[in-house]
Design a protein around this ligand. Structure first.
Ligand SMILES: [Zn+2]
Length: 451
């Protein structure tokens, strides 16, 4: 009887209703993305220090257009608003400046999930060779009208659907001034203790041609931090490190789930997870979210060409410099948007990460027993244990175990594998994985004898 139930749960999970996500991915429009990137370029510069009041040129004109475009394109459930942060001064802020994000929120429809938020962001500001030059042309077609167009496109397509959790489609200012728009948003979110379960920044996601001329339209890099480089680590990180969970902290679990969704829904396009916070010694708008303790990752094209980033538009020795639309591959950006749509839909339709997941360690044994608290969502259908060899990057083995809160895998030793637990709902939507903490017997109880 028990065996039959297990098989039933497994097949329910395998016949996941992929319908709405496939439909959403199919609605991403390359034409609209191209039109929006060209429109963003048409503001001449979007430098955060440019005149905010000019009706046709500069950062103010650009953000007013983004706001109107998201309102026009999105459904009436999409809440679009400016989000302002005043910065008095800084390395790249010569005088007090308002950094204004455009934030489009699609509230979740499930009471138990509405407070769980996923944020996708691109920065709409741009810079010429100097980040503090407010006047010179700074088309910023790839850096980062491409990521901005992804946020706008996702708002258009996804706001027509309903999700359990809340989605925020954001475009931010001040990235080139030191991640200031994203910092303002992340700090305010932490101050209100908003449950941001995942943040994705799309930054420089539009060029498929390497400086040597080779073209690769099939790959996208996803940067995912491991252990944060801070002197004092949070307790939960230290607890995970004691059992070598350094590759299973929330940001890498998020990256795994995003990669799975991309593989499932976007064919002939590969998300390559890179176990690094960002490109070598470089940064982006996911940093302030990481610093506030939120899981956050970055998408970037496979090979950057710096002749077309942060450059005054000019001809030099027969080479065209500048971040111009002619160096953007709009079909490639559309695939990036499809990956984001698949990932965000998968996350926001799925249950939350299982809670209080613990690895029992009551005696020395070669079995593995995991226990956890039930998920709060009413549509949770069951749980799945996932595991892999300790040197593997992604899950190699899975077992559906039905709607229980404790399970033993006989003969599979926790000494030799890394485990995770996911929850799935009745439609087969799968949560991000939880890393089991060691279960500690009550204070005073005898500890297992270790030899
Ligand atoms: Zn950028």
């Amino acid at each position: 009887m028990k065996k039959v139930l297990l098989v039933a749960a497994a097949s329910a999970a395998l016949t996941a209703q992929a319908g709405p996500i496939e439909e959403m991915v199919g609605q991403v429009s390359q034409q609209r993305i191209e039109a929006n990137i060209r429109k963003l370029v048409s503001f001449g510069t979007r430098n955060s220090l440019s005149d905010p009041d000019n009706p046709t040129r500069g950062v103010g004109a650009a953000r007013r257009w983004i706001l109107e475009e998201m309102k026009r394109c999105g459904s009436d459930r999409l809440q679009v608003a400016f989000d302002e942060h005043l910065v008095e001064s800084g390395v790249r802020v010569p005088k007090p400046t308002k950094f204004v994000n455009v934030v489009a929120t699609l509230p979740g429809t499930q009471a138990e999930s509405r407070d769980r938020v996923y944020v996708v962001s691109g920065h709409y500001d741009s810079m010429p060779s100097s980040p503090v030059d407010p006047d010179r042309d700074a088309p910023g077609a790839n850096d980062d009208a491409s990521g901005t167009a992804v946020s706008i496109e996702l708002a258009c397509v996804m706001s027509k659907y309903k999700f359990d959790a809340t989605l925020v489609f954001m475009t931010v200012a001040g990235e080139e001034q030191g991640l200031l728009g994203a910092t303002g948003y992340a700090k305010a979110a932490r101050a209100k203790n908003v449950n941001i379960a995942g943040m994705i920044t799309n930054d420089i996601v539009g060029n498929s041609r390497a400086p040597d001329g080779t073209v690769d339209r099939s790959r996208l890099r996803l940067f995912a931090q491991g252990v944060p480089a801070v002197k004092t680590l949070p307790d939960d990180v230290v607890a995970a490190l004691r059992t070598s969970g350094e590759n299973d902290l929330p940001t890498r679990q998020l990256a795994r789930r995003i990669q799975e969704a991309a593989t499932q829904y976007v064919k002939d396009f590969k998300v390559e997870v890179i176990w690094r916070r960002d490109r070598f010694l470089r940064g982006g708008d996911h940093f302030p979210f990481l610093e506030e303790g939120y899981p956050a990752v970055r998408f970037t094209e496979p090979v950057e060409d710096w002749r077309h980033q942060h450059q005054d538009v000019r001809m030099q020795d027969g080479v065209q410099f500048g971040d111009l639309p002619e160096f953007v591959d709009f079909g490639y950006v559309a695939n990036v948007a499809r990956v984001n749509a698949a990932a965000l839909a998968s996350l926001a339709l799925a249950p939350s990460v299982p809670r209080e997941v613990e690895m029992e360690n009551l005696r020395l044994e070669n079995d593995t027993t995991i226990r956890w608290q039930p998920n709060p969502e009413p549509d949770v259908a069951g749980y799945r244990i996932v595991w892999r060899e300790t040197t593997a990057a992604t899950w190699q083995f899975t077992k559906d175990i039905g709607n229980v809160t404790r399970f033993t895998l006989p003969g599979i030793s926790k000494d030799n594998y890394t485990f995770g637990l996911v929850a799935y709902d009745k439609d087969g939507n799968v949560s991000v994985a939880a890393y089991p903490k060691p279960y500690r017997p009550a204070a005073g109880a005898p500890l297992p004898v270790l030899r």
